[in-house]
Design a protein around this ligand. Sequence first.
Ligand code: NAD
Length: 416
Amino acid sequence: MSKYNPYDNFLDVLQQAASEIQLESNDYETIKYPERELKVSIPIEMDDGTLRVFEGYRVQHSTLRGPGKGGIRYHPDVNIDEVKALAAWMTFKCAVVNIPYGGAKGGITVDPKTLSFNELKRLTRRYTAMILPLIGPERDIPAPDVGTNAQVMDWIMDTYSIMKGYTVPGVVTGKHIDIGGSLGRAEATGRGVMIITEEMLTKLGKRPIDCKIAIQGMGNVGGISAKLFASIGCKITAISNVSGGLYCADGLDIPEIMEFVKTSPITEYKRKGVKHITNRELLTSDCDVLVLAALENQITAEIAHLVKAKMIVEGANGPTTVEADKILNDKEIIVVPDILANAGGVVVSYCEWVQNLQSLNWDENDVNITLKKVMIRAFDSVYEITKKRGIPMRLAAYIVALERLCVSRNLRGIFP
Ligand code: NAD
């Protein structure tokens, strides 16, 4: 079996969408390649006095519709193909929700859990200094992703600002509120996942509270989705993190579990009726809705044959392989694609950036109202194409984005 390459996964879907709408080859060629790729070697003095050199990246896939936008990932598996794919998915995500951004992504090949607080700070500051020519509020605006958080964004903002000689809050989103972060940003991706799930279920004539929901991942996206679904009375039958999962046919106590895993491994959680399961068992568990909120390449062809959910919601980026997608489609399992389902984070990042540029602070309610409006509008535009063309939602979402990208490209033309 060939090695999974997420950028090939992106190109495969792009090709399908392009042929569905008979895209001009010039349009296709400009969107196929990332605009810029930067690789950096980051030397860091460790706490014990030794020196280690880490590899980092920043890729801008497209700035056709506005500045590059996308998170920064700290994970041992980060590599150039993953960063390129994540950057391209950002281009399509921002176009689907119709916000004036292109797509970018960055990352460092590191397990942040193995570094001390000060090592992490030095790594982040040095990485920021090395990608400095590429980023900026009008150029490319990073945000948190797997392995990074508000603290990392604060350090990036500070490093960039010190280099510029004045404070530039709009260079990153996902900062702490006190230094220019937006209310509602931390919950935005999870909230977006819930909004899109509710919209899809409504189209199917179902209510979330009548559904059994399984969630893979308990971080920013999965943990917050789980809490929000639980808060409206949904039954979460399974949840997992990298160490393992839990299952209860009558529904898990999500607030209690989220508190428990803050201090103890999930494997030590014991309650009557709660079974310990593997991630594979979670993915193939008996449920109505399966929310994927961990990493890429989770639903492979082999797993797809075993999936029992009637609907999959991609909170993570690229969790389903192209081969798996075909199998799920044949099984008539609805897949709500990543570039729509997890766009809530970038929508509220956009709200944060707008507030930073105007030195304003919006109320949380205003942020959440904007998020809901933008997500429902995006859902409707994708759903309309799905119905009109009789195609899966992923293809429809790519078509919505592609058409918007082509309008920009044709109006701007090609320089020189
Ligand atoms: P996170 O680091 O906060 O959480 C990741 C979770 O997945 C953790 O609970 C981890 O234990 C779990 N996990 C990792 N490997 C796993 C495995 N093999 N099996 C089961 N669980 C596993 O990350 P996050 O910010 O929640 O991001 C998750 C996904 O969502 C990523 O694909 C990311 O790119 C995407 N995403 C995040 C945001 C955001 O705002 N944070 C926005 C859009 C998309």
